[in-house]
Design a protein around this ligand. Structure first.
Ligand code: THU
Length: 160
């Protein structure tokens, strides 16, 4: 028996340390929290996906009285990107969370289902997708969606 140790690289910085493209995407994700439909959790999540052609596709969480029918902001954005621009790789995805009248101090942490969809999005276009998790006190940057989900299930796993 042997132990496998997995390492993840996360860049941690302040908003001011982001480059101009990253700042612009975070700004859009922050703005998008205002359009979130979250009457049950009151937790507003905004997402912004920047595509290779420069388009920015938006998403925000959409809740439902039948709770599991809702959708997270990240998946709303990535599925919209896939629907509107199916030939365009997603180069970067920014996420921001707003609750109790302010943006969260810590970066939002995407749920497992969103991490799975992020990695599939990256995999389908063959490149890497940067993920920026915004927080008022600190922001995390992942160079690849894979860094958020080690041992991810991908299409090759279906081949046995
Ligand atoms: N939510 C997201 O939209 N993205 C995340 O990364 C975490 C959680 C939403 C789902 C639900 O509408 C609310 O936040 C509270 O869980």
């Amino acid at each position: 028996m042997r132990t496998i140790e997995l390492k993840t690289k996360i860049k941690c910085c302040s908003y001011d340390e982001l480059d101009e493209k990253q700042k612009a995407l975070v700004d859009v994700a922050k703005k998008q929290t205002a359009h979130s439909y979250c009457p049950y959790s009151h937790f507003h999540v905004g997402a912004a996906a920047r595509l290779k052609n420069g388009e920015i596709v938006l998403g925000c969480n959409q809740e439902n009285a039948a709770y599991p029918s809702g959708l997270c902001a990240e998946r709303a954005a990535l599925f919209a990107a896939g629907a509107h621009y199916s030939d365009q790789p997603v180069e970067s995805l920014a996420i921001a969370c707003f609750t109790d009248g302010h943006f969260t101090k810590d970066p939002g942490s995407p749920c497992g289902a969103c991490r799975q969809v992020m990695t599939e999005t990256e995999h389908r276009y063959g490149g890497n997708m940067e993920v920026i998790l915004y927080g008022e006190d600190k922001t995390y940057i992942f160079q690849s969606a894979k860094d958020l989900l080690p041992l991810v299930f991908v299409s090759e796993n279906l081949e046995g």
